[in-house]
Design a protein around this ligand. Structure first.
Ligand code: NAD
Length: 331
C-alpha cells in the first residue's frame, strides 16, 4: 500500500482529479490517499493558501498527485505552484509530449521531453519597483542548480534509451546568466559520452520545434524557457489537455497536468482528463509500478483510437467523467 498526498486543486482541478482517481482505482494498485488542501479553498478555510500541513504531508509521503492551482495575474498571493516547487526543492520539471492516435494535430509521432529547471531563473520571485515607473525582476542562475538539472536530463536520457540532449539558452544576449548555465551544461555533457549533446538558442529552438519537431529528443533549459516551450510542445500533440508533468527532487516528487485551472470550464464536466491521467501514469512509474503505468497509457491510446468517448477539445461530445470511465474500463 502506497501513501500518496492528494491535492485536488482549483477550477477544473476537482473534476479532473476525480476522473484520475477512477482510472487509478482500475489499475488495482493499492494507494492510501492523504488528502490535503492548497489554493483558494485553503485560503478561505485556514487563511493560508499553502498550509503547513500540505507541505508536511508531501515531505512525509515523498510523493503527491496534484490538480492545478489558480494564481492571480499581477496581484494576489505568489504562485503556489512556484512556492511548492521551491519549498520542496523539486528542481526538475519533466514534461513529456507524446502523440496519441487520432488527436487533432498537425503532426504525428512526436516524442519530445522538456526538462525544465524548476527552482530559479526568472521565477526566483525577486522583483521590486524602482520608483513608480520602472520595475526590476532578478534572474538568478547558479552553477549548482544548472549542473543538477542538466545531470537529471542526461540520466533521464540514459535510463529511457534516448539518444540526444539539447541545451536551450539565450547566452548570446544574457552572457553571464545563460552563459553560466551553458558552461555547466557542457561540463556535465562531457560525463555522458554515450549521449549526443547540442545547444540551441531559445528563439531558434521555438521555430525548429514547429518546423522539424522530430529532430529533437530531450531538451533541458532554464525555468522560463521550459515553461514556454513545454506549452509549445503541448500544441504539437493536441493541446494542453494531453500533457502531464512531474516535479522531482531528491526525496520528494509530485505529478500534475501541465495545464492550469481553466476557471471558465469549472464544474462543466467538459475538459479533457488525459493530462492528469497521464500525470498519474508518470507517478505509477515513479513508484516502480511500470506495468500499471503502461496499462493506463495503453488505455488512453485505445479510447482515443476509438474516438467515441472523448471530450470537446478532441472533437468529441463526452464529458470528463465519461471519458475517464471509458479509460478505466480499458485499464
Ligand atoms: P490554463 O492551462 O488553465 O487554460 C488555458 C486554456 O487551455 C483553457 O482556456 C482551455 O481552453 C485549455 N485547457 C486547459 N486545460 C484543458 C483541459 N484539461 N482540457 C481541455 N482544454 C484545456 O491556463 P490559464 O488560463 O493561463 O491559467 C488559469 C489559471 O491556472 C491561472 O491562475 C494560472 O496561474 C494557473 N496555472 C496553474 C498551473 C498549475 O497549477 N501547475 C499551471 C498553469 C497555470
Amino acid at each position: 500500500m502506497y501513501e500518496v498526498t492528494l491535492i485536488r486543486g482549483d477550477g477544473i482541478g476537482p473534476e479532473i482529479t476525480a476522473a484520475t482517481l477512477t482510472v487509478l482505482k482500475a489499475t488495482g494498485v493499492q494507494i492510501a490517499w492523504d488528502e490535503v488542501e492548497a489554493g483558494e479553498e485553503a485560503l478561505e478555510k485556514y487563511g493560508d493558501p499553502l498550509p503547513g500541513e500540505t507541505i508536511a504531508s508531501l515531505l512525509k509521503n515523498g510523493i503527491g498527485l496534484k490538480g492545478p492551482l489558480t494564481t492571480g495575474v499581477g496581484s494576489g498571493y505568489r504562485s503556489l505552484n512556484v512556492a511548492l516547487r521551491q519549498k520542496l526543492d523539486l528542481y526538475a520539471n519533466l514534461r513529456p509530449a507524446v502523440s496519441y492516435p487520432r488527436v487533432n494535430s498537425l503532426y504525428r509521432d512526436i516524442d519530445l521531453v522538456v526538462v525544465r529547471e524548476n527552482t530559479e531563473g526568472l521565477y526566483s520571485g525577486v522583483e521590486h519597483m524602482v520608483g513608480s515607473d520602472a520595475a526590476e525582476s532578478i534572474k538568478i542562475i547558479t552553477r549548482r542548480a544548472s549542473e543538477r538539472i542538466v545531470r537529471f536530463a542526461f540520466k533521464y536520457a540514459r535510463q529511457n534509451s534516448r539518444h540526444r540532449v539539447t541545451a536551450v539558452h539565450k547566452a548570446n544576449i544574457m552572457k553571464l546568466s545563460d552563459g553560466l548555465f551553458l558552461e555547466a551544461a557542457r561540463e556535465v555533457a562531457a560525463l555522458f559520452p554515450d549521449i549526443e549533446y547540442e545547444e540551441k538558442i531559445v528563439d531558434n529552438m521555438a521555430m525548429q520545434l514547429v518546423q522539424k519537431p522530430h529532430q529533437y529528443d530531450v531538451m533541458v533549459m532554464p525555468n522560463l524557457y521550459g515553461d514556454i516551450l513545454s506549452d509549445l510542445c503541448a500544441g504539437l500533440v493536441g493541446g494542453l489537455g494531453m500533457v502531464p508533468s512531474a516535479n522531482i527532487g531528491d526525496s520528494t516528487a509530485f505529478f500534475e497536468p501541465v495545464h492550469g485551472s481553466a476557471p471558465k470550464y469549472r464544474g462543466l464536466d467538459r475538459v479533457n482528463p488525459v493530462a492528469m491521467i497521464l500525470a498519474a501514469a508518470l507517478m505509477l512509474r515513479h513508484l516502480g509500478e511500470d506495468e500499471a503505468a503502461q496499462r493506463v497509457e495503453h488505455a488512453v491510446a485505445a479510447v482515443l483510437q476509438e474516438g467515441k468517448t472523448v471530450t470537446a477539445d478532441l472533437k468529441g461530445t463526452a464529458g470528463t467523467a465519461a471519458m475517464a470511465r471509458a479509460i478505466a474500463e480499458k485499464v
